[in-house]
Design a binder for this molecule. Structure first.
Ligand code: C2E
Ligand code: CA
Ligand code: CA
Length: 729
């Protein structure tokens, strides 16, 4: 602060009625008044040391390095100045400073004023006692010095007050700065943050972002509740109630944004509990999750719907079956109907008119079937020409199923159309019911499958599952249900069948084929257990075992200097498992071999039953360096357009065409066109089932790349395979 000393001199002096006459009087007696200044200072300090509070201050001053002697000197000069420099600006400035120092040293005003009393006593004693002071001057002199003392005190306290307000202002500035930073931060982050005093239902803090979410009122206590979509409000309120009980709660809901759009928000309520255990405050965050939500929905839709028809896929259909069983279990008398539908003659359409025709027909079938549904029923496409239906919560399952089955059959009475062609299709329907035929989804679906096959064989309109229907499969089911135990007991073995390059006779690689040494039933071939294991969903462990064993063997061959690749057959279910690629990766790492040691064979039917999904997996496998071969080619209904786009390494012509190709012109023509087609698409072509020299020679002439079959070698156990490889090398 700039002290206006002129102002001080004029205004303050005038206010205190300090006049020139009196000042002159002080000047005249200066010598007398300053006598004994030193002894006064000594008495002054003695006095201060007598009191605990003041003596503590002086001790503190000295402890912090203050010099008490210098302080004493200052006291003397202060007294001196008081009598001599009343109007000296430097002196007035120093007074201010003394005030500031007292504030900084924590010396309260009461002690300062108290000390001034000592000055006053001292001065009055001089005026009163000194013979040098004229008796008539004593009154005015005392009066003037009193006024000067008051002015001195006033100025000093002003310095004190000034320092105090300044330091307060500094603190306040710091707090303001901090608050500004926090507020900037909270404005900058998109999340809305707030804190509500729930005892008085008053906001403690709400970040300014609230304006962007819901510009009108905040509607306490739950932010933006009024803007939340009506049917979402109860769950938001329920979450709030949980928070009031002391539980952290999260809730997602839709909010009407100012632009009229709907946005998804997640609110998180954090209750604050005081020492006595009461929730006194709820702090919250509200953040937009529209993007994530949309992405999640998209993914969910992709994972649960069939891309061709938009119907539910197998996974979703299974989920719905499980849910409806759970509901029916709780409600007495309620039943669930599960139906499997398999189209007849569909393969014919695909083969003769091509894949686009097949796709179009499948979509038409899906549309017609949807017409027979009620709300709440689930129609699904499981892959290929397999559809499925679920009727949840029916009272008379048998009657309902018959009614629906008849309506389904009616959908196939009229022809389907493609390019002016009338196409007649049929459908086989297998039906199971909860709770009569099974207690869980797997059992119900397996039984429906059985019923569907029976229906197909009998050429019936529909077939209910009945006990005994599975009699022919019973033995196999029993067998397969022990696969896990058999794995633990090491009952499986791999045989290897070589594939040779036709142009030079060298071994191209091996195909691993599984054998089961059953303790009671002896050696079992894969066809005796794999199809049932596949149907019962038991292939995962077996496939993992085959891959691990084949790779371990490959590593052993590598270590002994033999470089080869092994092909492993992968069944549809294993291949369609979401974790399949990861498990292949793990197996490669575990065996410590590179990915190009492994080839996976999937059948054409596996590929085509869910082409989009299969395509993704093939691409991921190719990304990690694993080769893929299409097995049993020619038996399914592949679309070339699809194959062309996939990173496939080999096409294996099914053995049924190769075996007798030298005797059957049709077979020979098929083999020839597959070889040409495969080469056009850049694939290597393998012929399997070469049993005699004639087909082998024909294949060579046709330019087929690789051959496999009994004529070359039967599948062999490991030891025999090792000597085959050593001889070949
Ligand atoms: P695939 O993949 O088509 O395998 C070829 C089958 O043909 C093998 O039968 C093989 O022994 C047999 N074979 C080889 N050369 C000839 C020949 O010249 N003439 C004839 N008539 N047959 C020949 P296998 O070992 O009984 O396997 C049958 C099927 O079981 C395989 O057909 C494959 O689909 C499946 N399979 C075998 N091992 C596994 C496995 O580890 N996992 C899976 N998922 N399936 C497997
Ligand atoms: Ca194979
Ligand atoms: Ca095959």
């Amino acid at each position: 602060m700039n002290w206006d000393n002129r102002f001080l001199n004029q205004e303050v002096n005038a206010f205190l009625e300090i006049d020139c006459q009196q000042l002159k009087l002080v000047e005249r007696y200066q010598g007398v008044l300053t006598q004994g200044a030193q002894s006064f200072a000594d008495v002054f300090y003695q006095y201060l040391f007598k009191f605990p509070a003041t003596s503590k201050m002086l001790a503190e001053y000295s402890r912090k390095g203050g010099d008490l002697d210098r302080l004493n000197q200052k006291q003397v000069s202060h007294l001196f100045s008081l009598m001599t420099h009343q109007n000296d600006p430097a002196y007035l400035e120093r007074l201010k400073h003394i005030g500031e120092v007292h504030y900084e040293r924590n010396i309260d005003p009461v002690w300062i004023l108290g000390a001034y009393r000592l000055y006053q006593n001292h001065i009055h004693a001089i005026i009163h006692d000194s013979a040098e002071v004229q008796p008539l001057d004593r009154g005015p002199l005392a009066d003037c010095l009193n006024k000067l003392l008051f002015r001195d005190m006033g100025l000093m306290l002003e310095g004190y007050w000034y320092a105090a307000t300044h330091s307060l202002q500094d603190e306040k500035n710091k707090v303001d700065d901090l608050q500004r930073q926090i507020s900037d931060l909270l404005t900058n982050i998109p999340q809305l943050i707030w804190s509500i005093d729930v005892i008085n239902n008053k906001p403690i803090y709400i970040s300014p972002t609230v304006e962007e979410i819901s510009p009108l009122s905040m509607k306490l206590p739950i932010p933006c509740l009024a803007w939340t979509v009506k049917c979402d409000r109860p769950k938001v309120e329920a979450a709030w109630t949980r928070a009031l009980k002391g539980e952290k709660a999260e809730v997602e809901s839709r909010v009407h944004a100012p632009e009229g759009k709907l946005r998804w928000f997640k609110r998180t309520f954090h209750p604050f509990i005081d020492a006595s255990g009461n929730v006194v405050r709820i702090d919250g965050i509200m953040e937009e999750i529209t993007e994530t939500k949309l992405a999640r929905n998209r993914l969910e839709r992709m994972a649960t719907t069939d891309s061709l028809t938009g119907l539910a896929n197998r996974a979703l259909w299974f989920d719905h079956i499980k849910q409806s069983i759970a509901v029916a279990r709780r409600e007495a008398g309620k039943q669930v109907v599960v139906m499997l539908l398999d189209l007849n003659h569909f393969k014919y359409i695909n083969d003769t008119l091509g894949h686009p025709a097949g796709d179009l027909v499948l979509r038409q079938v899906s549309n017609r079937l949807q017409g027979v549904l009620r709300d709440g029923d689930t129609l699904a496409r499981l892959g290929g020409d397999e559809f499925a239906l679920l009727l949840p919560m029916v009272n008379d399952a048998r009657a309902a199923a018959i009614k629906v089955a008849q309506k389904i059959q009616a959908c196939f009475r009229e022809p389907y159309m493609f390019g002016g062609n009338e196409l007649y299709l049929g459908v086989a329907i297998g039906i199971t019911r909860y709770p009569d035929n099974g207690q869980d989804a797997d059992t119900l679906v397996r039984c429906a499958d059985m019923a569907m096959y029976t229906c197909k064989r009998a050429n019936a309109a529909y077939q209910f599952y009945q006990t005994g229907l599975d009699e022919p499969y019973r033995k196999q089911i029993h067998l397969v249900s022990n696969i896990k135990k058999a794995l633990r007991q090491n009952e499986f073995e791999l045989h290897y069948q070589p594939k040779v390059i036709l142009s030079n006779g060298q071994t191209n690689g091996l195909e691993a084929l599984i054998r089961w040494h059953h303790p009671e039933q002896g050696r079992l071939l894969p066809n005796e257990f794999i199809p049932v294991a596949e149907q019962m969903g038991l292939m995962k462990e077996l496939t993992e075992w085959v891959i691990a064993t084949a790779l371990r063997q490959n590593k052993a061959w590598l270590v002994s200097g033999i470089n080869t690749t092994v092909a492993v057959n992968v069944s549809a279910r294993s291949f369609q498992d979401h974790h399949f690629v990861r498990s292949v990766k793990n197996a490669l790492e575990m065996a410590d071999v590179s990915a190009d040691c492994l080839e996976l064979e999937i059948t054409e039917n596996t590929l085509m039953s869910n082409i989009d999904f299969a395509a993704d997996i093939i691409r991921s496998l190719s990304d990690i360096g694993v080769k893929v071969a299409i097995d049993d080619f020619g038996t399914g209904y592949s679309s070339l357009a699809y194959l062309k786009r996939l990173p496939i390494d080999q096409l294996k012509i099914d053995k049924s065409f190769v075996k007798n190709m030298d005797r059957d012109d049709n077979d020979a023509a098929i083999v020839r066109s597959v070889i040409d087609l495969g080469h056009n698409l850049g694939f290597k072509v393998v012929a399997e089932g070469v049993e005699r020299p004639q087909p082998m020679q024909m294949l060579k002439n046709l330019g087929c790349d690789i051959a496999q079959g009994y004529h070359i070698s039967r599948p062999m156990p490991t030891v025999a395979t090792t000597s085959w490889l050593s001889q070949a090398g």
